[in-house]
Design a protein around this ligand. Structure first.
Ligand code: NAD
Ligand code: UD1
Length: 342
C-alpha cells in the first residue's frame, strides 16, 4: 500500500480534483487539498466524506499567494503533487486574458518552485487536448501530433504551462513531471455525491443537456450540422471523470518508480468519438425524457472531430478508461437530479 503518502492536490475541491481525491483516498493515499473555493463549493468536500468516510484536509488558500502556499509545504511533507488549480472557461479567457495568464501561470510557477524547494519530485500537471487544436488530417491524435497555435488564451496557458515545465526540469535533476492531456471529462461519481458544479451558465455539452432536460435551459442549440462527420455534428472523446481520476492515481504510482528528471506527456481519453447528436440521444434514452433541441450555427473556433490515441497511456500507466459514454450520461443525469433535490 501507499503507507500514508501525502499528496498535495491543488484545486482538489473542483470537478476533476474532487473525483481524484476520492480515488487517492480509496487507494490509501492521504490527499491534502489546497483550494480557495473560487470555483467550488464546500459541499464537494462533504461529498468526498460521504463516499470515502474520510474528511480530507483542506487548506483554503490562493496558490498565487506564494507565502501562504509555502506554509502548506512547511506543514506537510508531500511525496507528490497533482496540480489542477486553474481557470478553464474558454470564452471567459478571451474576455479576460490576463486573469487567465496570471492565475494559470503564476499558480503553476509557484507550485513548481515550491516542489523544487521542498524536494517534492513527483508532479502531475492538468493539461488539455486543446493543445492539439484542430487536427490536421487524422482526427485521432497521439502525443507526437503537432501542437497548433492556441485558439484562446485558455489553451495558450496550457501550452505555455507545458513549456515552462519543460524548461524547468532542465535545471532540476530529480524532478519528474507527468502532463496529462485530458480530452472531454464528463459525468459524475456514480454515488452522485460529487459532480460538476454548474456555477453560472454552462457552455459545455453535458451540463447544457442535463439542464435542458430539467428545464433550466429552454432549448439546446446544436452548434452546426454540416461538419464532415458521421452525422454532421462535432465529434469528441468524452471520458468519464472517474476514469480521469484513476489515471492520476496510476500516474503517481508510475512516477514513484521512475528516475528523474523528465517530463512525460500522456493523452487521457477513451480512444472513441461520439457526436453531439449521439450524446443527446443517449441522454434521452437514459432519462426517458425528450431533450428540446434544434440546429443552430457553428460555434466559432469549434473543432470538427478529435479523439485520443490512447496506446501510450495504456502502455505507460497500465491504465485505460473502464466506463462507457453511456455510464457517463447515466451518472451526469443522476447528479443533475441530486442537485435539483438539494
Ligand atoms: P474546476 O474549476 O472545477 O476546478 C479547479 C479548482 O481550482 C476549483 O475548485 C477552484 O476553486 C480552484 N482554483 C482555481 N484557481 C485557484 C487558485 N489560484 N488558488 C486556489 N484554488 C484555485 O475545474 P476542473 O474541470 O476540475 O479542471 C481541473 C484542471 O483540469 C484545470 O487545470 C483545467 O484547466 C484542466 N482541464 C479540465 C478539463 C475539463 O473539461 N474540465 C479539460 C482539460 C483540462
Ligand atoms: C471545450 C473547450 C476545451 C475545453 C473543454 C472542456 C472550446 C473550443 N474548447 O471543448 O478547450 O478543454 O471545453 O472544458 O471551447 N455543443 C453544442 N451545443 C451546446 C454545447 C456544446 O452543440 O450547447 C457542442 C460543441 O459545439 C462541441 C461539443 O458540443 O462540438 C462539445 O462541446 P464542449 O462540451 O463545449 O467541449 P469542447 O468544445 O470539446
Amino acid at each position: 500500500m501507499q503507507g500514508m503518502k501525502k499528496i498535495l492536490v491543488t484545486g482538489g475541491a473542483g470537478y476533476i480534483g474532487s473525483h481524484t481525491v476520492v480515488e487517492l483516498i480509496e487507494n490509501g493515499y492521504h490527499p491534502v487539498i489546497v483550494d480557495d473555493f473560487r470555483n467550488a463549493l464546500q459541499s464537494s468536500i462533504k461529498g468526498i466524506e460521504k463516499i470515502t468516510g474520510i474528511l480530507p484536509v483542506v487548506k483554503e488558500i490562493d496558490i498565487c499567494d506564494r507565502s501562504a502556499f509555502k506554509a502548506v509545504f512547511e506543514e506537510f511533507e508531500f511525496s507528490g503533487i497533482i496540480h489542477f488549480a486553474a481557470y478553464k472557461a474558454v470564452g471567459e479567457s478571451v474576455a479576460f486574458p490576463l486573469k487567465y495568464y496570471r492565475n494559470n501561470l503564476v499558480g503553476l510557477i509557484n507550485a513548481l518552485e515550491l516542489a523544487a524547494e521542498f524536494g517534492v519530485n513527483d508532479f502531475v500537471f492538468s493539461s488539455s487536448c486543446t493543445v492539439y487544436g484542430e487536427p490536421k488530417g487524422n482526427s485521432i491524435v497521439n502525443e507526437e501530433s503537432e501542437i497548433q497555435p492556441a485558439n484562446a488564451p485558455y489553451g495558450a496557458t496550457k501550452q505555455i504551462g507545458e513549456q515552462i515545465i519543460q524548461d524547468f526540469i532542465q535545471t532540476n535533476p530529480g524532478l519528474k513531471v507527468l502532463n496529462l492531456r485530458y480530452f472531454n471529462p464528463v459525468g459524475a461519481h456514480s454515488s452522485a455525491h460529487i459532480g460538476e458544479l454548474p456555477l453560472g451558465k454552462p457552455n459545455n455539452l453535458f451540463p447544457v443537456v442535463t439542464q435542458t432536460i430539467t428545464g433550466k435551459i429552454a432549448e439546446l442549440k446544436v452548434n452546426g450540422n454540416d461538419y464532415s462527420t458521421k452525422d454532421g455534428t462535432c465529434v469528441r472523446d468524452y471520458i468519464h471523470v472517474s476514469d480521469v481520476a484513476e489515471a492520476h492515481v496510476k500516474g503517481l504510482e508510475w512516477l514513484t518508480n521512475q528516475d528523474g528528471d523528465f517530463v512525460e506527456v500522456l493523452n487521457i481519453g477513451t480512444g472513441k468519438g461520439a457526436s453531439v447528436l449521439e450524446i443527446i440521444h443517449t441522454f434521452e434514452e437514459i432519462s426517458g425524457q425528450k431533450v428540446n433541441w434544434s440546429f443552430g450555427p457553428r460555434r466559432d473556433g469549434d473543432i470538427e472531430e478529435i479523439y485520443a490515441n490512447v496506446e501510450k497511456s495504456r502502455e505507460t500507466l497500465n491504465w485505460s478508461a473502464k466506463r462507457t459514454v453511456t455510464d457517463a450520461v447515466r451518472d451526469a443525469w443522476r447528479w443533475e437530479q441530486q442537485l435539483k433535490h438539494d
